[in-house]
Design a protein around this ligand. Sequence first.
Ligand SMILES: *Cc1c(COP(=O)(O)O)cnc(C)c1O
Length: 203
Amino acid sequence: MVSKNQSVDAIADAVLAGHRKFGENCVQEGTEKITHFRKHHVDLEWHFIGPIQSNKTRQISEHFDWVHSIDRSKVARRLSEQRPVVMPPLQVLIQINTSGENSKSGAKFDEVKALADNIDQLPNIRLRGLMCIPQPATNYNNRLASFAPISILFKAMQATRPRFDTLSIGMSDDMDAAIVAGSTMVRIGRAIFGVRNYNKNKV
Ligand SMILES: *Cc1c(COP(=O)(O)O)cnc(C)c1O
């Protein structure tokens, strides 16, 4: 579940209710929450899902368990180099820019294979699959169509990559189509927590 902008109290309620996987899109906020919860909850899994600036890779690598938003080799290399030896390998996904707009983050479709080959060479990160954040679509059929290209690429890449098992597609407004398109991990925020309050004191 996506806990960005949610207070530690709200997350603590979710933990009590049995949730174990949390997604954060801001390095500082996520790190503070991880540090807070690690004292009492070693079994939580923290996923970084936001855009990555290369000067933030160390903080991400030292705290998170998963990264969904790798879109270039430089970031992948730094995450691997900076992963502490005492931690298990970082589990990562390649984020694809499915809308084709240059302003959006994510690798282009024709860059994915080369990026995946680069990541396969890195010792401390493990490539597990693909992720995307499509443009909001007005109806179910458009949502399904927006997921089709990544879903096809995911299946094709699985043929040669035994560890490739995660397709992170689907959020509150498009999870129905994402699941039909083969999502193995949905990232749900508002449909669980309600509308985010951006002014709330978080930690
Ligand atoms: C905020 C966010 C989500 C969750 O969105 P909801 O619409 O609240 O479900 C999922 N993925 C990413 C990358 C996000 O930033």
